[in-house]
Write a protein that binds this ligand. Structure first.
Ligand code: UD1
Length: 419
């Protein structure tokens, strides 16, 4: 198991190229199961979560080839039982359900694992499948969905904490091959849902309204192969912006879409950072004094829960009192205890962190507990006094492509050590 050593106090300056989006690539790769024809996907990031998804596709019988960032999948003959050993490692494996039932009329998948960020149900996914006419049973940790005749329907995917991203993806993929028209109300509006809908439409699907609360899918008889380039990862981009805010002088992100980053750029601007954007670049200059923030996570276009931990890291070193509430995953605060080990002053009250800024953090050995929490610890280490040792870094490799190399390229000093 690797660990990461972050030597604090180095200043960051330069350009970082943002990778393809993990959260777009995962459902898009799953969608290749919807056709027997070959699909070609470009800008697929090299991450362990992507590796799991490709392994699942292979185990289901698809031919998978990967050359640098391009993946070719040909799912001519497939089975519908996903292997537990891989599925349990990643929550996003649940998004093979929609394509399997859309194409084969049945699927069997273990209840998903993934990040330790509280209770992560899939009731809304199953509600969507049932609305389409599927029979769902959950037994011994397995979900079995039987759907010989999917029929278009109206379904709301609104849950207690808003809509569901992968649930919207799943229902959209199943409905693409259903009889008739499906209307998803309270659909997730995330850019990754739009990217998937664009790919499905290239495959011959008839989907309108992706990116809004109401998606209309006119089912078609079959889908064909297609080629697609995944959008830039807005969470990776946001993470590098926070790195620049914490330790930067002047950092430019290339191949980043500022329109997907508004909910992160606005608070960084309010906190006092100077930001310049162009069509596919963002520059952050860490100038002057920082101000504390009040942040509430919300589904897109609100402030993303996937950026909450990283912003907490910045706010621990920002004079004044900041208040951060996670409305999407209220239990997603595993980074707080670790940041406190580094000298942060944070009170946790349910799903709200009250952060009293301190002038400096001190390096300490810390433990990564989930993907974004690990990123937050790495960012905190950039500005801490001394060498921060982060253990269990496999979490960070699930979602960030070469984050240590990319940060070192702009002036950080981060070592990866085999333990
Ligand atoms: C996706 C992202 C993840 C991000 C999350 C919220 C991927 C691969 N992952 O996860 O990085 O943190 O969106 O932006 O795209 N919920 C239910 N019932 C369900 C499904 C979800 O109650 O059936 C709840 C969840 O517990 C959570 C909220 O809805 O409180 C949002 O979850 P959801 O959008 O489904 O997250 P994912 O799609 O799994």
């Amino acid at each position: 198991m690797d660990k990461i050593l972050v030597h604090g106090g180095r200043k960051l300056a330069g350009r970082v190229r943002i990778s393809g989006s993990k959260n777009s690539a995962l459902p898009i790769l799953a969608a290749t199961l919807l056709t027997k024809e070959p699909c070609v996907i470009h800008r697929v990031p090299d991450l362990s979560d992507i590796h799991y998804m490709l392994t699942i596709l292979s185990e289901l019988g698809a031919e998978v080839e990967r050359a640098s960032g391009t993946v070719r999948v040909r799912a001519e003959n497939i089975t519908t039982d996903a292997p537990y050993e891989i599925v349990r490692k990643m929550r996003a494996s649940v998004c093979i359900l929609g394509p399997l039932i859309g194409r084969e009329g049945e699927a069997s998948v273990s209840l998903p694992g993934g990040c330790v960020i509280g209770d992560r149900p899939i009731d809304l996914h199953l509600k969507g499948f049932e609305a389409l006419g599927a029979a769902v049973s959950v037994k011994s940790g397995n979900v079995r969905v039987l759907a010989p005749h999917l029929k278009g329907t109206n379904v709301s995917l609104r849950g207690k904490f808003g809509s569901t991203v992968l649930g919207t993806d799943n229902v959209m993929m199943a409905a693409a091959l259903a009889d008739g028209i499906t209307i998803i109300d309270s659909a997730a509006e995330e850019p990754e849902v739009v990217d998937l809908a664009n790919f499905l439409n290239k495959m011959g699907a008839k989907i309108e309204g992706a990116g809004s609360r109401r998606i209309v899918i006119e089912g078609v008889k079959e889908l064909h192969g297609a080629e697609h380039e995944v959008i830039p990862d807005r969470i990776e981009a946001g993470t590098f912006l926070v790195a620049a805010a914490i330790a930067g002088v002047n950092v430019t992100l290339t191949r980043a879409f500022p329109e997907h980053l508004k909910a992160v750029l606005d608070p960084l601007g309010q906190a006092g950072f100077h930001i310049e954007t162009s069509a596919d670049q963002v520059t952050l200059k860490a100038n002057g004094s920082r101000k504390p923030l009040r942040l509430d996570t919300e589904p897109y276009p609100g402030f993303p829960t996937d950026m909450q931990a990283q912003m907490c890291a910045l706010l621990t070193m920002t004079d004044g009192i900041s208040v951060v509430t996670d409305n999407v995953f209220p239990q997603r605060f595993m980074h707080v205890a670790e940041l406190k080990r580094m000298g942060a002053n944070i009170e946790l009250n349910g799903g709200t962190a009250i952060i009293h800024g301190v002038p400096k953090l001190e390096a300490a050995p810390v433990m990564a507990s989930d993907l974004r929490a690990s990123a937050a610890l790495l960012l905190a280490g950039l500005a801490a006094d001394g060498v921060t040792e982060i253990n269990r870094v496999y979490h960070i490799d699930r979602g960030y492509e070469r984050i240590d190399d990319k940060l070192n390229d702009i002036g950080a000093q981060i070592e990866r050590v085999k333990v």
